[in-house]
Design a protein around this ligand. Sequence first.
Ligand code: PLP
Length: 406
Amino acid sequence: MEIPAIEGGKPVREHFKEYFPRISEHEKQLVLSVLESGRLASGVGVFVRKFEEKFKEFVGTRHALAVSSGTAALHTAVASLGIGVGDEVVTTPFSFVATATAILHNNAIPVFGDIELDTLNLDPETIVDKITPRTKAILVVHLAGHPAEMDEIVKIARENNLAVIEDCAQAIGSEYRGRKVGGIGDVGAFSFYQSKNMTTGEGGMVTTNSEEVYKSARLFVEHGSEERYYHVLLGWNYRMTELQAALGLGQLARIEELNRMREEIAKIYTEELESLDGDLLLLPKPKKHVKHTWHIYQVLLRLENLRVDRDRIIEAVKRENVLVLVSYPRTIYENPLFQKLDAYGHGCPWFCPFYGRRIAYKPGLAPRAELAARSVVTLPTLAGMSIEDAIDTAKALKKVLIYYRK
Ligand SMILES: Cc1ncc(COP(=O)(O)O)c(C=O)c1O
């Protein structure tokens, strides 16, 4: 048996390597052309509008609105549906925190369902019990690039007169029954952060088929102004720069290739780790009716068959000099913000008199999400990784798991 480096053995890799997106020559030229033109801000040049045109074509929606981040896209998506004070939104507890803070940013209350353990996505069966007269929407996340179970979720939404918001931050190009995510619900929100399947450094996009939602989203991201210096609602400056949009156009033109590379890496992880599946870990198994885009590769450890906990496994894999992550180490509601129930001071929005209901996020609220948070290990599929990088990453995890087998 191979001894892990943390126990005195030789690491899989001699040195740790960082991964960065590979920016093509064409993309560099596009960004340079913006710099040379001096047209840097949104609306001053042509790239933001072009990027929106191409992105809406790609997703297949009537509208797309470029914004400054995925978080801005989510904030805008929730706001553009008119969700606010006193409203509830049902969402997943197992995601990046921005999924839920986008609801709080609108003074509304996140209510958490639980997840399916096979996809780590919101389980439609846990939604109905959470619906109250205050519920206005369901906010789903297509986690890791695997689409949520949209037929059932949209059905529940329609039966209860709720909107559906799709957090597509990790799912650029993912498909559910042949349809791209971001155009299945009422409004979609994408992120182009550095690690995402395509990037603009920071950046995001709101997609929708609704003229009304699009109009209010556009107002929201431009200071609520209908015309210059005439402000009809409380808005923000969430605009994307021309530099970001130029890079985004270049990246979008090769998103299929970028997604294919992630798929290749995922295939390697599956091949390398298959022999441990069901025994020391559970590998992801995409549903037949989806196109997965593998933003990350999530495995769940079978802790009952291991001598140490997940954090020790992570420490040991890191000592092999490969990149390994935990997405996410706790459910959203286990974070102090959600335990102290105070976002704006005075307990708002949870204790806002316009809300009037008492809600607490107690341990055990979402047992499957809590189990996932304790046992998940995230393997990267980052642009910039080679096949060898993926093989070594899988080897490191495999070596550590076999060593710590009970
Ligand atoms: C599921 C999810 N939602 C929202 C976000 C927020 O996106 P951004 O970092 O671009 O603000 C991210 C990524 O960071 C994410 O993974």
